[in-house]
Design a protein around this ligand. Sequence first.
Ligand code: DQA
Length: 148
Amino acid sequence: MQVLVLHGPNLNLLGTREPEVYGAQTLAQIDAELSAIAQDAGVTLVSYQSNHEGALVDRIQAARADGTRFIVINPAAYTHTSVAMRDALAGVALPFIEVHLSNIHRREPFRHHSYFSDLAVGVICGLGVSGYRLAVRHALESLGAASA
Ligand code: DQA
């Protein structure tokens, strides 16, 4: 049983990228923290980041056959543009939670629309890294895995 955490473009720069918007933690620190939460519940957490839309589509498709039961995804800028990633998530039909570090509704109008939200189990935005933690905890709970 596996939870997959997907990070879209530019999230590899976390820690140095607009820290006033996205916080000071690096992606490696966030992934390590999320892995530990899942591990406590006896679940494997796999993280994947890419700056390429097609690579993210491929990774979503692979989730259908690799034991993934739940996806937590921050599509980053592709949130606002990617019909291809939306279609991939619809295609694999795995439950997913959409996470954004910043509150996209307080920002520029082009960030207000998401191609993912109406397919998601839930959407968390504006809570920084807590949003990822809450999403992983919910995924574990919904899979019947006890988290500490
Ligand atoms: C983001 C919000 C997006 O609008 C932006 O393009 C990102 C990150 C967030 O986590 O707040 O890259 O998804």
